[in-house]
Design a protein. Structure first.
Length: 134
């Protein structure tokens, strides 16, 4: 069974395939912050902010399997961290959290009850990404 012509590699094209984003060179980082009874999860790539989700703790494993981060960062230890399939790194929350105005995708959280948890998660993810990149 041969592939249809539109799926077969072109013999006339020497250009590399097109990427939606550059190939992964640094690990994807997920930061988790507690917000009431829910968890706020922010997933950060070196070149983009992948997602911000507010979920119940039992849904965290499914979200991590979908997003595939290489490292999970949290500010405090919790029971749910023991059952996860990837390493969890505890980091102290930064003194001066990142500003949401600088990230266009996060401007919608400014002035909402989620502003502080999103700022804290963004700061944790950014600090972890810098540590991993070194």
């Amino acid at each position: 069974s041969s592939a249809p012509p539109f799926l077969a590699p072109s013999q006339f094209s020497s250009a590399p395939s097109m990427y939606r984003a550059p190939p992964r060179r640094e690990p994807r980082v997920a930061a988790v912050v507690r917000h009431g009874t829910k968890l706020l999860v922010l997933v950060l790539d070196p070149w983009e902010l992948r997602s911000v989700s507010v979920i119940a703790p039992p849904s965290l494993r499914r979200l991590l399997l979908r997003e595939r981060p290489r490292l999970l960062v949290a500010a405090r230890p919790a029971r749910w961290q023991k059952r996860l399939p990837l390493p969890v790194r505890l980091m102290a929350p930064p003194r001066h959290p990142e500003r949401l105005d600088a990230v266009p995708e996060l401007r919608r959280f400014v002035g909402t009850p989620l502003e502080q948890p999103v700022r804290q998660a963004l700061s944790l993810a950014t600090a972890a990404a810098r540590l991993v990149a070194i």
